[in-house]
Design a protein around this ligand. Structure first.
Ligand code: G3P
Length: 231
């Protein structure tokens, strides 16, 4: 499963890239709103210099002409831009236009397998079901991931399932086991995946045993040297 980071924060993206586990980036208007002092275009261009993987840039227009104008503009910023289009009748129409123009897309705000199926048929390269927001309303968001992965496999569709609105490490494991092609995670979830108290305890124990062994060796060498000097 490919791992994307779900953020517009450049430092978070650089950090995960340095770890060697970054396959792409997803942004949206809410994530961009948390950055300051720069335009969305400037942020997107910098992200595309950090990673060669897909970088999703979301349209905000709700009419077809606006979606197409914004999407074409984003696609012109870098080769690895994927235009993110929300699920709707107009969104489907925009996706099919983008497919005809060879512009890569990510259909977002998917909450059912049927929405995902329609997006795939309209030509979306990536299908983004929102797991956490379904969990929030007491529905098992992972069911949509499992259903959509099966539909893509059974019908040999070309789209990839991108598990989005991931809120915790368990979501990541479950998405991977469900066969999701991609999951996009907040930076905090990447950090949570790394951490385990037994790992920390084990590192501390190895360090302390190593230090003890070195001290014992130094002492026995000192004693031997002292004995030779006294002989
Ligand atoms: O990837 C979609 C994501 O940005 C939405 O996450 O936590 O706001 O539901 P969340």
């Amino acid at each position: 499963m490919k791992l994307f980071i779900d953020t517009a924060d450049i430092e978070e993206i650089r950090t995960v890239a340095r770890w060697g586990v970054l396959d792409g980036v997803t942004t949206n208007p809410s994530l961009f709103a948390r950055t300051s002092g720069r335009t969305y275009d400037e942020v997107l261009k910098e992200i595309c210099q950090i990673t060669d993987g897909p970088v999703s840039a979301e349209v905000v227009a709700d009419d077809l002409d606006g979606m197409l104008r914004e999407g074409r503009h984003f696609a012109g910023l870098a080769d690895n831009i994927y235009v993110k289009v929300p699920m709707s009748e107009t969104g489907l129409e925009a996706l099919s236009h983008f497919r005809a123009e060879g512009i890569k897309t990510n259909c977002t705000l998917i909450f059912t397998a049927n929405q995902g199926l329609l997006a795939a048929k309209a030509g979306a390269n990536l299908l983004s079901p929102f797991v956490g927001r379904l969990d929030d309303i007491n529905q098992d968001g992972m069911i949509v991931i499992r259903e959509l992965v099966s539909i893509v496999e059974i019908h040999e569709l070309e789209s990839e399932v991108l598990a989005a609105s991931i809120r915790n490490p368990l979501h990541v494991t479950q998405a991977a086991l469900a066969g999701s092609h991609i999951a996009t995670l907040p930076f905090k979830v990447f950090q949570q995946m790394i951490q385990h108290p037994l790992t920390d305890k084990g590192i501390a124990q190895f360090r302390s045993d190593w230090d003890k062994a070195r001290k014992a060796l130094e002492q026995s060498r000192d004693q031997a040297a002292g004995a030779r000097a006294g002989a």
